[in-house]
Design a protein around this ligand. Structure first.
Ligand SMILES: [Zn+2]
Length: 235
């Protein structure tokens, strides 16, 4: 890691079309500056600022990557996580330096592929998502290289991941109502209790009406079921 000044000369730029025209743009194309791959800024945002200066302040990692730190660039024009797409990939040691520089608050942790670091160092390969309920992604840590399976931002075992993926593929609409990922993740047994479909759908709708798309806990559903039973008995 080395503080450097790079020439204000754009080299390559990726060619993805973006409809957005409000600056700073949240997504854009990656680019190279002064011969280095830029990890923390989109080309559109850089171009929009039209900086009239010969050199840009940056921190160099390895021999090809930079993180721009120039005082003339507003913070919201910079990305707070690195994008390695298009030639930015490097090795785990350099990745570690990059992540520790960009996320100093997680520096004390053993790695940044854990829940407390919000899995910032995990490169996601695929994504299957229902609006609520099951949201699967799979990746590897850019620092320690371990394989990681996530559901709703919680790490799950291979067994649970396969189970959820099966439910997702077999019936995405039902999966939308089968909202037990957190419990599966924390190994609470759910196989012996299949919630009543009507109850599940009613409860899910209620949550949607409250604009809450998060995880429905099996315990909440059980409570609801008990309530319904008691009500029926009273009638
Ligand atoms: Zn890791």
């Amino acid at each position: 890691m080395e503080q450097i000044r790079v020439k204000n000369e754009v080299g390559y730029v990726s060619l993805v079309g973006f409809m957005e025209d409000k600056f700073p743009m949240k997504h854009g194309n990656y680019f190279s500056l002064g011969g280095y791959h830029v990890l923390n800024m989109w080309y559109e945002n850089f171009k929009h600022l039209n900086l009239n200066k010969e050199y840009i302040d940056a921190v160099k990692f390895g021999d090809k990557n930079i993180v721009i730190v120039d005082a003339d660039i507003p913070d919201d024009y910079l990305n707070n996580e690195p994008c390695f797409t298009g030639g930015g990939r490097t090795n785990p040691e350099i990745n570690k330096e990059i992540y520790e520089f960009m996320f100093p608050k997680f520096k004390e942790l053993k790695c940044m592929c854990c829940e407390s670091a919000k899995y910032v160092s995990v490169y996601i390969h695929s994504f299957l998502s229902n609006r609520s309920g099951i949201s699967l992604s799979r990746g590897a840590c850019e620092i320690c290289s371990r394989k990681i399976l996530l559901n709703n931002k919680f790490e799950v075992s291979q067994e649970i991941y396969d189970k959820l993926q099966k439910i997702w593929h077999e019936s995405p609409s039902e999966a939308n109502l089968f909202l037990a990922p957190y419990q599966l993740a924390t190994h609470i047994e759910v196989d012996d209790w299949k919630p009543d479909a009507k109850l599940l759908s009613r409860y899910a709708k209620k949550r949607v009406n409250q604009n809450y798309y998060g995880i429905i806990k099996i315990s909440d559903l059980k409570e609801q079921e008990n309530k319904n039973e008691n009500e029926n008995e009273e009638k």
